[in-house]
Design a protein around this ligand. Structure first.
Ligand code: AMP
Ligand code: TRP
Length: 336
């Protein structure tokens, strides 16, 4: 959908894509199917992809490990198929406008609307001491998107509410202070937008909740992938059909299969009689998809100099777009 209403005046007819991922540990299949796979297919000269290391600060970690995670995340993006010669791939903290725009947007956001964010409610319940950064995180995210005149944001289902807030803040800012931001849309994959934990198929696969057999990582060895898929929780009636509410474990496997083979889960179900056959074929397909990514990752990760060059070039190209947008926002809100 193209932007309409406030912000539409700034829209120059180009699709501009932006998305980000936190460097908070190894990436899993949910990140790949919900985000990275789409990012690669949507990448062109008008797309920017970002490792959001400032967002990562909301998670506890020691500084040395953070640096490693940022390099790991950059290498994963490139290994998954993003090409920095097509569009910038960069680190959020290297473009200062993200932190700067964040403040302007915090001053048009209400306390109440941030309190309604379900991700904040979930995460803050699991922590003894809740950082303010965890609360204001969706505002920083809105700024990420708005800095690049973004029209489309490919993300998984869990980011839908944050994107709604982004749209609201853009519209509010434009109404109060004049045309400043393009109003973006979320783009969700038709299958794979919410990959569930393989052991607990009623909750999403997640980086932040440890699940040794339930989370399938992009860098898992083939034997490990096979083991996790074969042990995935299903149900006991043995009836092959796609029914997410009655048969969540099986539905998850069918969806993962469908996302990999670009068909519908119902069609996948029709191809198999037994759960074991489905699992076996799914494991083989996952290995065929993930192994080349893991191999490329290991090559890239050994060349930190190259990753640093990608980050620098990406940040320079990103800043050239973000700078004028930030200046427009600062001017319109009344900063001299
Ligand atoms: P995060 O790991 O929270 O930085 O998420 C990065 C991207 O992966 C976002 O677009 C998320 O929506 C997506 N994502 C995370 N977990 C899942 C999941 N279980 N299923 C589908 N997409 C996911
Ligand atoms: N909040 C997103 C997540 O946890 C990551 C993110 C930060 C993002 N800034 C963004 C995603 C901008 C899309 C666009 O997955």
């Amino acid at each position: 959908m193209l932007p309409e209403g406030p912000g539409a005046l700034l829209y120059d007819g180009q699709m501009a894509v932006f998305s980000g991922i936190q460097p908070t540990g190894p990436m899993h299949l949910g990140n790949y199917l919900g985000a990275l796979k789409q990012w690669v297919s949507m990448q062109d000269a008008e797309s920017l992809y970002c490792v959001v290391d400032l967002h990562g600060l909301t998670v506890d970690s020691d500084p040395a490990l953070r640096r490693e995670w940022s390099l790991d995340a950059m290498a994963s993006l490139l290994a998954a198929g993003l090409d920095p010669s097509v569009g910038p791939v960069f680190l959020q903290s290297r473009v200062r406008y993200h932190a700067q725009l964040n403040w302007l947007l915090e001053c048009v956001t209400s306390f109440g609307e941030l309190g309604r964010m379900t991700q904040f409610k979930d995460k803050s319940e699991r922590q003894a001491s809740v950082r303010v950064g965890l609360f204001t995180y969706p505002v920083l995210m809105a700024g990420d998107v708005l800095l690049y005149n973004t029209t489309q944001v490919p993300v998984g289902e869990d980011q839908r509410q944050h994107l709604e807030l982004t749209r609201e803040l853009a519209i509010r800012f434009n109404n109060r202070y004049g045309e400043t931001f393009v109003v973006p849309d979320a783009v969700l994959p038709s299958v794979g937008a919410r990959v569930m934990d393989l052991q607990e198929p009623t909750r999403k696969m997640s980086k932040s909740v440890p699940s040794p057999l339930g989370t399938l990582y992009l860098l898992d060895e083939p034997a490990e992938i096979e083991r996790k898929v074969m042990k995935a929780v299903t149900d006991t009636d043995g009836e092959m059909r796609y029914d997410p509410s009655a048969k969540p474990g099986l539905a998850n496997l069918l969806e993962i299969f469908a996302a990999l083979s670009e068909e519908t889960p119902t069609r996948v179900a029709a191809r198999f009689a037994r759960y074991g056959e489905l699992k076996k074929e799914l494991a083989a397909r996952l290995i065929a998809t993930l192994e080349p990514i893991a191999a490329r990752y290991r090559e890239l990760r050994a060349e930190e100099g190259e990753i640093e060059r990608v980050i620098e070039a990406g940040a320079a190209a990103a800043a050239a777009i973000a700078g004028p947008v930030y200046e427009r926002a600062a001017r319109n809100i009344g900063l001299l």
